[in-house]
Design a protein around this ligand. Structure first.
Ligand code: GLN
Length: 457
């Protein structure tokens, strides 16, 4: 049962071939059995089973929907009423959310079961899940390897079949990169498609929640539930939500696939390149037409992002000061000392690095040179995509330059770490939707993901 995808589980539940309680127990047992992967920060079997029981009752009344009774793991960035919600940080290590994020509320309404809160890089800052206060997550495909980040716990959970699906968030690649490194299908929707209300903010103009599943069909099912306008998020977009399952399994004859020259140049490992080329060959066989496109400002995406994201983070994270909620330092002399010690003790090294970079970039005298410049580059990067889409319907390329790297390999070298998002970050800067799908395996047996970038919505 644990090896079935969401679509199959939903069918089995609706036909009453299994109960949600049974299914939830199966996954909880597996989470416990594979604890050493460290995929979850919090599990609360009592809560999950109560939801499962309610789902079974709902199905018995004939009121089940597409996800009723299906257990879903939630990234620990989403506030969930009554659940410890840490965002991977010590500073929120005692924070029990008093309300539901819109995404959680929508899953609850659908009757899905929250299986637990998954491990993640602290405040979603990272590409390897090594910055989490709760420790590294291991990649089920090779336990000496990182699962990617920041949604590394969600990725490891679904890859190891500890959950049939999970949520993630993607500010610069955090759904697509871990999906790629663990052979999942991960979708970052267009900016504004999924509400950010109750999703702890990292870089508000880039953050977007999305599904991490095993198939496109499952992603469609989850996105059907997650997507939609939310008056509580001023950046959510008031556009009708189509039924995403309607777009599945359509003919792709004549589809124009754009291959950006810059995504196939130096920096891409030959093992990954080979798998990607073979995958694209399959599309050709199915009748797609390949066109060369160019995204000339691609090399500016990382520097641009590492000004803008830290700038926004430095502002967003100012709320964590020990005064209202979360961790507070034990010994302090006065209010200022309390703030300083709380933040010094509560944040990890990567988060502090970002706060310092962001504060610097926004300070008087440097704002124009860094922040404003980065905003201008952001526009150029979005323009590149607009031009590329004049000659193609979808852009394809690798999701990551290499397969999963070793735990510890890049943790002392922030720049090397930042480069692992080289193909994903520009998509967030442009606000476009992107997804990573399994493309095959490199000779070392590790998974390779193919990235698909589409037009808005
Ligand atoms: N790895 C990138 C970073 O560290 C992106 C993270 C994300 O998408 N949340 O900022």
């Amino acid at each position: 049962m644990f090896d079935k995808i969401v679509a199959e589980l939903a069918r089995a539940l609706n036909r009453k071939e299994i109960s949600s309680v049974e299914l939830t127990r199966t996954f909880l047992d597996r989470i416990n059995k594979y604890k050493s992967l460290n995929a979850f920060i919090t599990v609360d079997p009592e809560r999950s089973l109560a939801q499962a029981k309610a789902a079974d009752a709902r199905i018995a009344r004939g009121e089940g929907g597409a996800l009723t009774g299906v257990p879903i793991a939630q990234k620990d960035i989403f506030c969930a009423d009554g659940w410890l919600t840490t965002c991977g940080s010590k500073i929120l290590s005692n924070f029990v959310a008093p309300y539901d994020a819109t995404t959680i509320e929508k899953f609850n309404k659908a009757g899905a079961v929250c299986l637990g809160k998954t491990n993640m890089d602290e405040f979603a800052m990272g590409s390897s899940n090594e910055t989490s206060y709760y420790g590294v997550v291991k990649n089920p495909w090779g336990i000496d390897r990182v699962p990617g980040g920041s949604s590394g716990g969600s990725a490891a959970a679904v890859a190891a079949r500890l959950a049939p699906a999970a949520t993630g968030t993607d500010t610069g690649g955090s759904i697509r990169q871990p999906a790629s490194l663990t052979s999942l299908t991960g979708l970052k929707p267009s900016y504004g498609r999924v509400s950010r209300y109750g999703m702890i903010a990292f870089a508000s103009s880039l953050d977007q929640g999305g599904p991490m599943c095993r198939t496109a069909e499952d992603c469609a099912l989850l996105l059907n539930t997650m997507a939609g306008f939310d008056p509580r998020d001023s950046t959510s977009v008031d556009e009708p939500v189509p039924d995403y399952t309607q777009g599945l399994n359509q003919d792709i004859k004549g589809l124009r696939i754009g291959l950006p020259r810059e995504y196939f140049s130096k920096g891409l490992s030959s093992e990954v390149a080979q798998v990607i080329e073979t995958a694209i060959g399959e599309y050709k066989k199915l009748g797609a037409q390949i066109v060369q496109v160019s995204l000339p400002n691609s090399q500016l995406a990382i520097p641009c992002y590492y000004v803008l994201a830290p700038a926004e983070a430095s502002s967003n994270l100012s709320r964590f000061d020990g005064a209202r909620y979360g961790y507070r330092a034990k010994d302090y002399t006065d209010l200022l000392d309390m703030y300083c010690k709380t933040r010094a003790e509560g944040f990890g090294a990567e988060v502090k690095r970002r706060i310092m970079i962001g504060t610097y970039a926004l300070s008087a005298g440097y704002y124009d040179a860094y922040y404003l410049k980065a905003q201008q580059l952001r526009r150029l990067i979005a323009e590149d995509f607009r031009k590329a889409f004049e000659s193609c319907d979808v852009i394809m390329g690798p999701t990551t330059p290499t397969t999963a790297f070793k735990i510890g390999e890049k943790s002392d070298d922030p720049v090397a770490m930042y480069l692992s998002d080289i193909y994903t970050i520009s998509v967030n800067l442009a606000g476009l939707p992107g997804m990573s799908i399994p493309a095959g395996f490199a000779p070392d047996g590790l998974p390779v993901g193919l990235q698909l970038i589409g037009q808005y919505f």
